[in-house]
Design a protein around this ligand. Structure first.
Ligand SMILES: [Zn+2]
Length: 208
């Protein structure tokens, strides 16, 4: 059966909606804004002082890995709802990356996240959706994470001397999972060992 003109336009509309942000040299990954994944309004919007000296990597553990825009968007909504129920006022992370290779806007580049205690005011928190204790994320999930960091660097949101760390280097947690932590330890700017952050009210440069 032939597709009618109206149906075709509807298909195009859906297609254009899901692919609203074309890939560019700066953003060589599908990028999904809060509107795209149907975020509810944030009630905690503290500005983040940039450029940040740290990037903190997380895994979600739960929810598990997502492989389509629809699955990852549902994971974003679920995490936002859960984090709001904890009184955080929004999803905790600045960005999330799915196994679909998509980057999903959390609090974004300019708003302080709630993801790593005292490190929150000194860092961007990027979560790789899934449980990465034993298995590594697929290559495109890792590549998008690197590209997201590169964009932050290019835009001056991340310090040129930034340090890359895992959540467990700041707090007592398994996050971002042993397999993922061992992998990011091979990336540029990785800083090994425990990292101590002073309370946010003290001079933020004193513990660099
Ligand atoms: Zn974490």
């Amino acid at each position: 059966m032939a597709i009618s003109g109206a149906s075709y336009c509807l298909l195009l509309t859906v297609f254009c909606y899901v692919n609203a942000h074309p890939l560019t040299d700066d953003e060589p990954y599908p990028y999904y804004t809060r509107e795209d994944w149907l975020a509810t309004p944030a009630t905690d919007v503290e500005p983040l002082s940039t450029p940040v000296p740290y990037v903190v990597i997380h895994h979600t553990y739960i929810p598990g890995a997502c492989n389509t825009t629809e699955q990852c968007s549902a994971s974003m909504r679920g995490m936002q709802e859960y984090h709001k129920s904890l009184g955080w006022g929004d999803i905790g992370y600045n960005f999330a990356v799915g196994s679909d290779g998509g980057a999903y806007e959390g609090r974004g580049w300019d708003t302080m996240g709630i993801h790593a205690g005292r490190a929150n005011s000194h860092s961007l928190g990027i979560v790789l959706i899934g449980d990465w204790r034993v298995n590594l994320p697929p290559p495109k999930q890792l590549a998008t994470t690197k590209a997201l960091i590169a964009k932050g660097l290019k835009d001056g949101v991340i310090s040129p001397q930034y340090r890359l760390i895992g959540h467990s280097q700041v707090m007592s947690t398994e996050c971002p999972g042993g397999a993922l932590l061992a992998h990011i330890a091979t990336w540029d700017h990785y800083l090994p060992g425990h990292v101590e952050f002073k309370p946010a009210t003290t001079n933020s440069t004193s513990n660099l």
